[in-house]
Write a protein that binds this ligand. Structure first.
Ligand SMILES: C[S@@+](CC[C@H](N)C(=O)[O-])C[C@H]1O[C@@H](n2cnc3c(N)ncnc32)[C@H](O)[C@@H]1O
Length: 351
């Protein structure tokens, strides 16, 4: 796909309905030969619309009107390019904890959480956030600063208690530091301009993480996950999870990750686009944008990577449910997830 098409698709398929300013800018960039030529000076992996638009905002450029955006961006191109070469799209969305929660709460407690592709690690605090499913009672610490408001559909077993987290750790190629002003500014610049609620949630979650920074290691998930599993405290249930990460990996690395994690004594929760997660590809019918799979340890061996896990991850029952679902937090935290037969969760709605 060429750069123009990439920006056109971003405008029509990703930001439409979520960010009017980005939709306009991306659609105009897609037909702007001079700007496209500048973007094409970057390696293909660094030409993403989110990276360019985030870099311009990070540097203080205007993103509301195309002429002003274009004039500023062309004039500041050296700095924009440097930022695009030096930074990655590392959007960190604590709202994803709302979909992870029922699975995490159903495992034997306490948990040792290991998030691969953790960015700043904001999904490593499911026990520190508050949750409200379908406008019901609020679940979580009374002094919690982050409230994840969620909508559910179906019969997902919503937890009555939060999981207990004994240990939290993450891996990222480039871990972001919640106590570093530039890193936090970068995270904020990645939130689309009209997503005010999402920005508020991010800032609140950063404050939570600042008081109890997670142990984040720099490295490739395939290489580093084994070392972290070896550090899990005795008596804690090891859970490896990831969300919006596998798309960044080449196919061989995804497959090797499936093998790596299957060789380790841990539960595995994958919250990914169906196209990025090999086991989900064939198992998630319909217009779903994301799927969630949960595999339990000890593994059921020969059944994996069967696209359809044999147990219901919500209940541990050997009988998969016919259908149930749970939503993700409102305010831009990505669509809703529905549990398909065999414990697969697919999301409809925003990417
Ligand atoms: C879109 S962010 C998602 C962050 C977080 N999981 C969330 O859901 O909010 C993807 C993250 O994966 C990281 N990443 C990509 N490839 C990786 C790899 N091979 N090993 C470790 N981290 C990786 C990126 O650096 C980035 O921080």
């Amino acid at each position: 796909m060429d750069t123009a098409e990439r920006y056109r698709r971003f405008a029509t398929m990703e930001v439409r309905g979520h960010s009017a300013s980005y939709e306009t800018l991306a659609a105009q960039i897609a037909v702007d030969a001079e700007l496209l030529a500048l973007i094409d000076r970057l390696p293909a992996s660094r030409r993403q619309p989110n990276l360019l638009l985030g870099a311009v905002r990070f540097l203080g450029g205007p993103v509301t009107e195309y002429r002003a955006f274009r004039a500023w961006t062309v004039a500041a191109w050296d700095r924009v390019e440097q930022t695009m070469r030096g930074r990655f799209t590392q959007t960190n969305e604590p709202g994803r904890c709302a979909t992870l929660l029922p699975l995490l709460a159903s495992l034997p407690q306490p948990l040792a959480l290991i998030e691969v592709g953790a960015s700043a690690g904001l999904c490593l605090y499911p026990d520190r956030y508050r949750y409200r499913y379908d406008g019901g009672p609020v679940l979580g610490p009374t002094d919690g600063q982050v409230l994840l408001d969620c909508r559910t559909d179906g019969t997902a077993p919503l937890p009555e208690q939060l999981p207990t987290v004994a240990w939290r750790a993450g891996i990222d190629l480039n871990p972001l530091d919640v106590n570093n002003t530039n890193d936090v500014h970068w995270l904020e610049s990645l939130v689309w301009p009209e997503q005010h609620e999402r920005l508020r949630r991010l800032r609140d979650a950063v404050r939570v993480a600042q008081t109890e920074p997670a142990y984040l290691v720099r490295g490739d998930l395939n290489e580093a996950v084994g070392d972290l599993i070896a550090q899990v405290p005795d008596g804690a249930t090891a859970v490896v999870f990831h969300s919006a990460v596998l798309a960044y990996l080449p196919t061989e690395a995804r497959e090797s990750f499936a093998e790596t994690v299957r060789s380790l004594p841990c539960h595995w929760i994958s919250n990914e686009a169906p196209t990025s997660c090999h086991p989900c590809k064939t198992a998630c019918p319909g217009p779903h944008r994301r799927t969630m799979t949960c595999s339990s340890w000890p593994w059921t061996g020969s059944r994996w990577p069967s696209p359809v896990p044999t147990a219901n991850p919500w209940t541990g029952s050997p009988d998969p449910p016919a259908r149930s679902s749970v939503a993700v937090a409102r305010g831009g935290a990505r669509g809703f997830f529905c549990l398909q037969r065999g414990g697969l969760l697919g999301a409809r709605g925003a990417a």
